[in-house]
Ligand binder design. Structure first.
Ligand SMILES: Cc1cc2nc3c(=O)[nH]c(=O)nc-3n(C[C@H](O)[C@H](O)[C@H](O)COP(=O)(O)OP(=O)(O)OC[C@H]3O[C@@H](n4cnc5c(N)ncnc54)[C@H](O)[C@@H]3O)c2cc1C
Length: 477
């Protein structure tokens, strides 16, 4: 009688789960095991992601129990704990799926060595991405540094396997100890600020599948038309689902491709959406090239950038709290704080404001997003911040400085998004909602606004701070 361990990582689902499927096919007994190893994950994951992980594991435990199995939980060094579990369960093989991040490669190497010493095989199966970020090369044999040629070359070759159904799971061996309670992993915050996230999200595979169906049946066909308008529910919001592997990227790909076949006219939207999945692939390709992507500029010249001094951190604090006096920026930051998610356009706007108008290091923004986003992903967040800052590969050129007033007028023309998140300015007409400081005094009075009292004065002058940023960038040479 053979036993296999399934080491669950960022694949918290039963459908189209290569490690579970292989174990179920090969072994008579299967032990699904999640090991919380925070010391091995660098940079450390933040509070919002921990919250998601807790609930996603709870959902997975329910799914496994309903399938006649059980989720085992442990905490500690993955190599040591896997060796222990292989011993107590008498497993001869550990199955898991890959994570294309630098710390995960180190973890996999340690696990492989520890299991080999114990005579246990390790099978790491590809998952999480559509490409192998280490293998993609341009004609000269070097990695891509720009998205468009990357995607042009990769896209026609993509042929992801059809998603596999959930396997019938063999039972656990008799000798398995009672599971640790999920609470013992300590994933939830000590001060319970998380009820606001509970109101917005239902982590776990069943909700992920519902969300994917709702999006492909409803929103996807209008994706190109709506995706840039934060007040409209125009994007999939699948990012945390993809990150934790509650749905496989292959399943998302095929669901979108089926929409193309089923809904004539949806072609452009489907292509644009698949292109966003392409950006996700590209981020991992960049991270593979530069394991320090989260913390050091891809273009190392930017290490000498003259950032502004922020004694006491007052500017950064105002940005984090959504109290900059620029309504669109504040709306984005408050959406993040309240929901753990922020619309992509706002990520660019608030990022540009932090780095270019406030001239504070992008790493501060990266770290804040890492702590507060439920969809935080090392590759996507690092690439996003470097893109916004102009120091990444294929970055927005440094002279591209988002003007939050123009962005608001263009992408939130009626001010609905700002009104929702910044109720202090909701009384202004749409002609002035994006720049209350420029509204005539009587318009402000009618809207119930006293600048500096009911809503802050702008933290910086947008035009002057833009000029200062350009001068600082020019000085870099
Ligand atoms: C400063 C900054 C930080 C970011 N941090 C993250 C992050 O931590 N995690 C993250 O998943 N995305 C990040 N993004 C990318 C993007 O904002 C989010 O993926 C997107 O807003 C998620 O919403 P959605 O699922 O509705 O996206 P959709 O528009 O529905 O796109 C579908 C999927 O494609 C992927 N995707 C979309 N846009 C991008 C992109 N620009 N780069 C990489 N992947 C993309 C995501 O997996 C997303 O779920 C960041 C962008 C910026 C500018």
């Amino acid at each position: 009688m053979s036993t296999a361990l399934v080491w669950l990582r960022r694949d918290l689902r039963l459908h189209d789960q290569p490690a579970l499927a292989a174990a179920a096919q090969q072994a008579d007994r299967v032990v699904p095991l999640y090991i919380h190893a925070p010391e091995e994950v660098t940079p450390a994951i933040g509070a919002a992601s921990h919250w998601w992980l807790h609930h996603s594991l709870a959902a997975l435990a329910g799914r496994l129990a309903a399938a006649g199995s059980r989720l085992c939980l442990d905490r500690g060094a993955a190599a040591e704990r896997l060796r222990h579990w292989a011993q107590v369960s008498e497993a001869d093989t550990v199955y898991c799926t890959s994570i294309a991040e630098p710390w995960a490669r180190r973890q996999e190497a340690a696990v492989r060595a520890a299991l080999a010493e114990a005579g246990v095989a390790l099978a790491i199966l590809a998952d999480g991405l559509l490409t192998d970020p280490s293998a993609v090369r341009n004609r000269s044999g070097t990695p891509y540094r720009a998205f468009t040629p990357f995607w042009r070359s990769v896209r026609p070759q993509l042929d992801p396997a059809q998603p596999a159904p959930a396997p019938a799971l063999p039972p656990l061996p008799d000798a398995i100890p009672e599971p640790r309670p999920l609470e013992a992993l300590g994933l939830l915050p000590r001060i319970r600020w998380d009820s606001k996230l509970e109101a917005c999200w239902r982590p776990g595979e069943p909700a992920a599948q519902e969300q994917l169906s709702r999006f492909t049946e409803g929103g996807l066909a209008a994706y190109t038309e709506r995706r840039d308008y934060p007040a409209r529910d125009g994007t999939s919001r699948l990012s945390p689902r993809l990150h934790f592997g509650e749905v496989s990227v292959r399943a998302v790909w095929h669901a979108a491709a089926e929409t193309r076949a089923a809904q004539p006219g949806a072609e452009a939207s489907v292509d644009a959406f698949l292109g966003e999945l392409g950006w996700r692939e590209f981020g991992h390709h960049l991270l593979w090239q530069d394991p320090e992507l989260c913390c050091r500029p891809f273009d190392r010249r930017f290490e000498a950038f003259p950032w502004r001094a922020d004694p006491g951190g007052a500017l950064l604090d105002a940005w984090r709290r959504g109290a900059t006096g620029i309504p669109l920026v504040d709306a984005g930051m408050r959406e993040l704080w309240a929901t753990g998610w922020m619309h992509n356009r706002l990520r660019m706007v608030v990022g540009s404001f932090l780095v270019k108008n406030l001239r504070l290091p992008w790493q501060h923004g990266e770290a804040h997003f890492r702590d507060t986003l439920v969809d935080w992903e090392l590759a996507g967040n690092s690439m996003g911040w470097q893109w916004v800052s102009g120091c990444g590969a294929d970055a927005a050129p440094y002279f591209r400085i988002f003007n939050p007033v123009r962005q608001g007028e263009r992408f939130d023309p009626d001010g609905d998004y700002v009104r929702h998140w910044v109720p202090e300015v909701a009384g202004l007409p749409k002609s002035h909602i994006h720049q209350p400081w420029a509204a005539p005094a009587d318009v402000r009075a009618r809207g119930g606004i006293r600048l500096g009292w009911t809503y802050p004065e702008p933290l910086v002058d947008l035009r002057a701070s833009r000029q200062e940023a350009l001068a600082a960038f020019h000085a870099l040479g």
